[in-house]
Design a protein around this ligand. Structure first.
Ligand code: SAM
Length: 277
């Protein structure tokens, strides 16, 4: 069986008893960087065989991993930090196992974005996790554009050398939202910066950003979104707006309902406008 094992995101004590047990009993531990994982294994006196499995060798290694799993070996997958498969290798291997009918399980544990979200004070009821923005400029802009009208809390991962650039892009496209920057979570210098995007940019002009970041961005205000979309119809007459939906086959009642929703007004107001004109 393959087990995806979550490991600490900074504090070595944040590891479950079950994870330690599984790692100790594994025939093989796959990790991103052996130099990083050996520190964790040494700390807990785990001597299981360690091999690398990362973005650049995952395709060439999959067949041999699947063969060993079919032979009955116990294999654990860990990453440099946190939960495998979350902005880290894991997803492809799980898919390959599912296609071959090989069992996969997990020992859950730390995920940086969950820790950052619960400490942010932003809405935790509905959120969207985007991971790292794409490095390609066009793709990055497309993702940011798709977030302009997002009302859920938005979560991104970012490295210290790109954080200021990313914040400037967010300011330009999303406006000056409230954000929380979570840095060095669970470590000695854990910091939570609650500010606006522009204040964070100003702050980073005088202090060079250090450490790994999770960026939590307040979603767009639902009333602001309604008002923005209502503005789109301002230049269309109520009759033309009704016609649009009648031509699509909607009944008069449903067309009126849709016009009211589009313009963020009541059906009675739509009716009154149509009667007047
Ligand atoms: N699999 C990991 C998880 O479960 O969160 C994420 C791995 S991803 C390659 C690394 C990114 O996660 C960092 O660039 C940073 O954005 C975030 N991260 C990881 N550890 C963190 C920490 N201790 N504090 C803040 N952010 C962290």
């Amino acid at each position: 069986m393959l087990t995806l094992c979550a490991t600490p995101i900074g504090n070595l004590a944040d590891i479950s008893l079950r994870t330690l047990e599984i790692l100790k009993e594994s025939d093989l531990i796959l990790c991103e960087d052996t130099r990083v994982s050996i520190r964790l294994l040494n700390h807990y006196n785990i001597t299981a065989r360690l091999e690398s499995y990362h973005e650049h060798n995952k395709n060439s290694k999959t067949a041999s991993i699947l063969r060993q799993l079919r032979e009955g070996k116990s294999i654990a997958l860990v990453t440099d930090a946190g939960t495998p498969g979350i902005s880290d290798p894991g997803e492809d291997l799980v898919r390959a196992c599912a296609a071959e009918g090989i069992s996969v399980t997990a020992t859950p544990g730390p995920v940086a974005f969950v820790v950052a979200l619960i400490l942010s004070g932003k809405s935790t009821r509905r959120f969207v996790f985007e991971g790292f923005l794409p490095s390609d400029k066009k793709e990055r802009l497309a993702v940011i554009e798709s977030l302009v009208n997002e009302t859920r809390t938005i979560i991104l991962y970012e490295s210290p050398h790109r954080i200021t650039k990313t914040l400037s892009l967010l300011l330009e496209h999303l406006g000056n939202r409230n954000i929380t920057l979570a840095r060095e979570l669970t470590k000695k210098f854990e910091t939570l910066i609650h500010s606006t995007i522009s204040d964070a940019i100003v702050e980073f002009e005088s202090t060079t950003p250090k450490g790994e970041f999770v960026v939590i961005i307040e979603g767009k205000d639902a009333n602001e979104l309604k008002a923005d979309s209502a503005k789109k119809w301002i230049n269309m007459s109520f009759e033309a707006h009704m016609d649009l939906y009648l031509k699509q086959g909607f009944s008069e009642k449903d067309a009126m309902k849709k016009v009211a929703t589009d313009r963020a007004i009541s059906k009675r107001d739509v009716y009154a406008q149509l009667k007047i004109n």
